[in-house]
Design a protein. Structure first.
Length: 287
């Protein structure tokens, strides 16, 4: 049986609590189906190596949630209370559960509104797999029989219904049981192509410091070079001028071709004419 916790969602106490629990919103990452977070990314967050970033889309959803829940209650006649529930190691921060405990609601307020892929899928009666897994985790913890996914945008909502899926719930429990040893042993799970491995060894640190120092010097040199270029251009009067080992030439270049505006190319698969791909290595500064 699940327990009701007196935690305010978003509070420091709630964040600390979530760090120790198996949370519904994290289940898609554990299953490897989250569009935003890999198992390794979740491991970094739960071991304190990385902070969960609050994106503009997340802030938008949090701000609109009360309005969206009120609209849901008006449409359905249900009174829904947001609660944090715990069942063993598993936790669910519910956007709403009815007084009888038989129905829960998960509210989604897509950042791009009705132009979002979520709105389009909901309008077609489809629920993305990662949201389905999150809601099944909530049903598992709450014991409710039914869940509503309420997609709300521009004062309008779309309602989709989910029933308990015991097979998926077993997959969720098994996935968390497989993931837990990585947390207990402080050992990272296998990386995917979407992951960035975190390096803290001395060789990497030394090379990174040399790179950052060289980059700062190069940027300072670029600024000085650009200032000198502008001074030479300001001094030039003729289309071609030179002296002291430097020349300034003024010339006209044709504009780029906008291939999308060529009617004959509409519908043509241009990838057929693309050259062979090649690996590109980028080194950038992490802000």
């Amino acid at each position: 049986m699940s327990a009701v916790l007196k935690l305010v969602q978003g509070s420091p106490e709630w964040l600390a609590y979530r760090k120790e629990m198996r949370n519904a919103s994290e289940t898609p990452a554990v299953l490897g189906i989250s569009p935003w977070l890999t198992p390794y990314g979740l491991w970094l967050v739960k071991t304190g190596r990385s902070a969960q970033q609050v994106t503009p889309a997340m802030a938008h959803g949090t701000q609109l949630e009360p309005q969206a829940r009120a609209a849901y209650e008006t449409q359905t006649g249900e009174i829904m209370n947001p609660l944090v529930l715990q069942d063993g190691f598993y936790s669910a921060s519910l956007d709403g559960i009815n007084l009888a405990g038989t129905l829960i609601v998960e509210v989604k307020c897509p950042f791009r509104g009705r132009q979002s892929s979520l709105w389009r899928q909901a309008a077609e009666g489809r629920i993305p797999d990662h949201y389905a897994a999150q809601v099944q985790h909530q049903l598992m913890v709450s014991g409710a029989a039914t869940a509503h996914l309420w997609v709300y945008a521009e004062s309008e909502g779309l309602l989709l219904t989910l029933q308990r899926d015991e097979v998926l719930m077993e997959r969720i429990r098994a996935a968390w049981d497989d993931f837990q040893p990585y947390l207990d042993s402080d050992t990272p799970p296998p990386l995917t192509d979407a992951d960035s491995a975190q390096r803290d060894d001395p060789a990497w640190a030394d090379a990174a410091h040399v790179y950052l120092d060289a980059k700062r010097q190069a940027e300072a040199a670029d600024e000085a070079l650009e200032a000198a270029r502008k001074a030479l251009v300001a001094l030039s009067r003729h289309p071609r001028e030179q002296g002291a080992g430097v020349s300034v030439v003024r010339l006209w270049k044709p504009g780029n071709v906008d291939y999308k505006r060529i009617p004959e190319l509409r519908g043509v698969e241009l990838d057929r004419y693309r050259g062979e791909g090649r690996q590109e290595v980028r080194v950038t500064v992490v802000r």
